[in-house]
Design a protein around this ligand. Structure first.
Ligand code: GUN
Ligand code: ZN
Length: 440
């Protein structure tokens, strides 16, 4: 067992923030030998019970749940900051040529290592990640995540049409590869597999159908794709699948909407789309820095509350501009204020800092069907957490010292914070004295 004394942030069942200014977090081995939260709460109340447990005291610091990024592309590390008119030219000119390099396992391993370093440096302890269409890209990332004991979900991209040589895969082989990767990686240590059709325009009917069949055969595997991001993309998808009611409905029509399915963007939706999300328990990965960078539009947060469906925050690197959850939360705040999606009017709302933070931690875990497992620091949760320094820059120090409430403190961090705030990222590693999980 170990304990940590600092200010402590976590979330209650209904998404409300719970904060102890002088808190105690006690961790110890869980059922699988990895560190879980044994107790969390006020230091004065808890410390007598854990008097014998070694304690790391971190005065002036905040312990908070590790961030959960619900949509990111590890092969797009070197695509960040590549400007284009919009999504489709960006894919063609930058993304596909970069992704073609991931047929080379050594290149994939180098990028995967840098990528995992960046996640952890920014306080992200779980990510739902796209690889490329090359199975070697999946092996490279999972091997690296496994070495670090990260809880990570990823998958081989499916794209058997409208894709250039070097990234285009072959229908039947792509499904064989996907199933082999599921068997190899899903449930290995903390890893999970996601069936990953790139987006409807890059997949034939047969490939989507095959992906849907795999999703039915492996119900606890995740599904990830993109939808309703960009006007031209939407027109294209509708023209390719004229029998489906909407772009989103293409995925439902191919068995690709269910719990554990996560669709990036979901900007240009109508209420029937929202109802379809809700009925199928499908989740949206909201990617505000990407949407701003590529000029895609603004997610309708009020719409997602009015016809409620699961949604959470994501970086979408390399369309997204930063790994930092602080920068993503900040962009989400700005996007929520916008009074149009870019196509249609929407209410401009002011999201609370507690809610923004929840959407990137416990709410993201809920969207991924991992509530109570990650994204929070309640007893039983895996002990992935960050140590934050609210005085990491002169302006942050000045602003957070003047904060008169939790909301003011969290808002200051969201508006002024970035990777400099993240002093340490702690991963729920196998515990000393617990049975070893891997042969030495
Ligand atoms: N749609 C299809 N592929 C992609 C991608 O790589 N990034 C984004 N943002 N949208 C996509
Ligand atoms: Zn994406």
């Amino acid at each position: 067992m170990k304990s940590w004394r600092a200010s402590l942030l976590r979330f209650g069942e209904h998404g409300h923030a719970v904060f102890e200014r002088d808190g105690l977090l006690v961790t110890g081995p869980g059922a699988d030998g990895r560190a879980v939260v044994l107790a969390a709460g006020d230091h004065a109340a808890l410390s007598p019970r854990y008097a014998d447990v070694p304690c790391t005291h971190l005065p002036g610091r905040i312990i908070a749940p590790g961030f959960v990024d619900t949509h990111i592309h590890y092969p797009q590390l070197d695509v960040i900051g590549s400007p284009a008119e919009g999504l489709l030219p960006w894919l063609e000119h930058y993304t596909f040529p970069h992704e073609a390099q991931f047929a080379d396992r050594a290149h994939a391993t180098e990028v995967a290592t840098f990528f995992c370093d960046e996640l952890m440096r920014h306080g992200v302890t779980t990510a739902l990640t796209f690889c490329t269409s090359h199975p070697a890209s999946v092996d490279a990332l999972f091997s690296e995540a496994q070495r670090r004991d990260l809880r990570l979900i990823a998958g081989k991209v499916l794209q058997d049409r409208h894709s250039p040589d070097g990234v285009r895969d072959e229908t039947e082989q792509s499904l064989i590869d996907t199933e082999a990767l599921i068997k190899k990686w899903h449930g290995a240590d903390r890893l999970g597999y996601a069936i990953t059709p790139r987006f409807a325009p890059s997949c034939t009917e047969q490939q989507l159908r095959g992906a849907g069949e795999l999703a039915a055969r492996y119900p606890d595997v995740w599904i990830q794709s993109h939808v309703a991001e960009n006007v031209h993309e939407i027109e294209w998808a509708r023209a390719l699948f004229p029998d489906s009611r909407s772009y989103l409905a293409i995925y439902a029509d191919h068995g690709l909407m269910r719990r554990r399915a996560m669709y990036a963007h979901c900007i240009h939706f109508d209420d029937d789309d929202r109802a379809l999300m809700r009925e199928t328990q499908t989740a949206a990965a909201v990617c505000p820095t990407s949407n701003l960078f590529l000029g895609s539009g603004f997610f309708d947060f009020a719409g997602a509350e009015r016809v409620p469906f699961l949604h959470a925050l994501a970086s979408d690197v390399g369309g997204g501009a930063s790994f930092s959850p602080f920068i993503t939360m900040r962009a989400a705040y700005f996007a929520a204020r916008a009074t149009s999606t870019g196509l249609q009017p929407k209410p401009g709302v002011s999201l609370s800092p507690e809610h923004l933070w929840w959407l990137h931690t416990a709410g993201a875990a809920r969207a991924l069907d991992l509530e109570g497992v990650i994204g929070n620091l309640q007893p039983g949760c895996e002990a992935d957490f960050v140590v934050l320094n609210p005085e990491a820059t002169p302006l942050l120090a000045r602003r957070t010292r003047a904060a008169g409430s939790l909301a003011e403190l969290l808002f200051a961090l969201i508006v002024l914070g970035d990777d400099r705030v993240v002093e340490r990222t702690v991963i729920a590693a196998p515990q000393q004295g617990a049975p070893s999980l891997r042969p030495a």
